[in-house]
Design a protein around this ligand. Structure first.
Ligand code: GDP
Ligand code: IMO
Ligand code: MG
Length: 429
């Protein structure tokens, strides 16, 4: 059976949550494989709005939902999110939710460090979500992280804590902060441990079993390719690999399991946080996109920067991440624009580029080359079939897929789950 891997192809917030929720009814399992509660996914189902940061978006349909080892897990954020969704009527239990026991933990000291560094960086700050993501991943590769399975061994943690605190106490001292309060940390972990451990297991084994039984697996990426720590706009990136290949290493399945790679692409461009953004519109047009698209961050409430569609960036993301087809979202936000622009190339120091260069100074210096096309009269909002789309909107979609050299599989025309046009079912081979 075919599996599907959903990834963001821009700077995040492309509408991954909506598409994963829509696809979840066709899947048997939904798996998060990277990132943490820096993600913010909004799902709209009838008059209910669900906001998810850590849980796979499949949980809302009751689909088996798994957090893989590639995720960094804040145990307190997990508890809060489960409690919040429970009050909204979502049933989360040990049957429909599992958590990798080898996930690294995000601790309060990671959040502290994230904040201290950002404050100290002043105007050079990354603009992180302040959730301790970067410091937690650093500790993972630095081989001093505490992991979910450690919560069952809190009485034998001295050597691990020595290692962790030696590192953090030195950093904290540099910021004029007191050392880590080890007693308080262990007490907090002891309190949260039973809640987390009830869901913990070697999920690779569970996934192996369901895969063997023919289950369709839906991998849910967070962030986007341009925030990938290798391929993104470094250093203005997140601290994980967000590309499709991470689905395998971040869940414990081989690369063949990733299946159809569905890149989620917004019909224009947004970015939250610092860093280069060639098609950014700091004028009324950008304001209009932000207002029509309700572009405010789910996690931090920050206003998202907005700009025209950048075909160069998306073509690059699709190539790097092996995208099979895209879901084009928020097309309705462009309704009513007289003219729409698409960036087809860059000019850098007199030369024309058909790719985004690696160096941050070059990334900041490129000037977009635009193609302008007429907007459409009429509306795409709420459309559920090609036949509902104005001819000029179809022209826009066709031009996008031509420029990014990748076909369109789905189109989303509102926040609502069912306002989705299926062009090619990613679950069908
Ligand atoms: P994610 O992080 O990729 O899951 O995206 P977010 O949920 O952070 O941001 C996408 C926002 O756009 C959410 O508020 C969605 O409800 C909304 N959205 C998703 N698809 C569409 C669409 O096709 N049209 C409109 N107008 N809004 C959409
Ligand atoms: P979803 O899954 C948009 C951005 C932050 C910052 C940079 C680093 O909702 O698409 P971090 O806290 O990860 O160290 O911050 O990455 N960022 C996102 N931007 N959507 C996200 O997730 C993001 N997760 C992180 O704004 O620029
Ligand atoms: Mg988001």
């Amino acid at each position: 059976m075919a599996n599907v891997t959903v990834i963001g192809a821009q700077w995040g917030d492309e509408g991954k949550g909506k598409i994963v929720d829509w696809l979840a009814s066709r899947a048997d399992v939904v798996v998060r494989f990277q990132g943490g509660h820096n993600a913010g996914h909004t799902l709209v189902v009838g008059d209910q709005v669900y906001k998810l940061s850590l849980l796979p978006s499949g949980i809302v349909t009751g689909t088996l939902s798994i957090i893989g080892n590639g995720v960094v897990l804040d145990p307190w954020a997990l508890k809060a999110e489960i409690e919040k969704l429970t009050t909204q009527g979502v049933d989360i239990n040990t049957e429909n939710f599992a958590l990798a026991d080898n996930c690294p933990l995000i601790l309060p000291l990671h959040r502290d460090l994230d904040g201290l560094r950002e404050t100290a960086a002043g105007t050079g700050k990354i603009g992180t979500t302040g959730r301790g993501i970067g410091p937690a991943y650093e500790d993972k590769v630095g081989r001093r992280a505490l992991r979910v399975c450690d919560l069952a061994h809190l009485d034998a943690m001295d050597a691990q804590l020595d290692r962790l605190c030696a590192h953090h106490d030195a950093l904290r001292a540099g910021f004029g902060q007191p050392p880590v309060d080890r007693v308080a940390l262990i007490a907090e972990l002891r309190e949260i441990a039973p809640f987390v451990l009830q869901f913990a297991q070697p999920v690779w084994k569970r996934l192996k079993k369901v895969r063997k039984a023919g289950a369709r697996i839906l991998f849910e990426g967070a962030q986007g390719v341009l925030l990938d720590v290798d391929h993104g706009t470094y250093p203005f990136v997140t601290s994980s690999n967000t590309v499709s290949g991470t689905a395998a290493s971040g869940s414990g399945l081989g690369p063949a399991a990733t299946g159809f790679v569905l890149g989620i692409v917004k019909a224009y461009t947004t970015r939250v946080g610092s860093g280069p953004f060639p098609t950014e519109l700091e004028d009324e047009m950008g304001q209009r996109l932000g207002e029509r698209g309700h572009e405010f961050g789910t996690v931090t409430g920050r206003k998202r920067r907005c700009g025209w569609f950048d075909a160069v960036l998306v073509r690059q993301s699709c190539a790097i991440s092996g995208v099979t087809g895209i879901a084009l979202t928020k097309l309705d936000v462009l309704d009513g624009f007289e003219k729409v622009r698409i960036c087809t190339g860059y000019r850098l120091h007199g030369k024309v580029l058909d790719y985004f260069p690696s160096h941050s100074a070059d990334q900041a210096a490129v000037e977009p080359i635009y193609e302008e096309i007429d907007g459409w009269v009429g509306t795409t909002a709420g459309a559920r079939s090609w036949a509902d789309l104005p001819a000029q909107a179809i022209k826009y979609i066709q031009r996008v897929q031509e420029l990014i050299e990748t076909p369109v599989a789905l189109i989303s025309t509102s926040p609502e789950r069912e306002d989705t046009i299926l062009v090619r079912d990613p679950f069908v081979d």
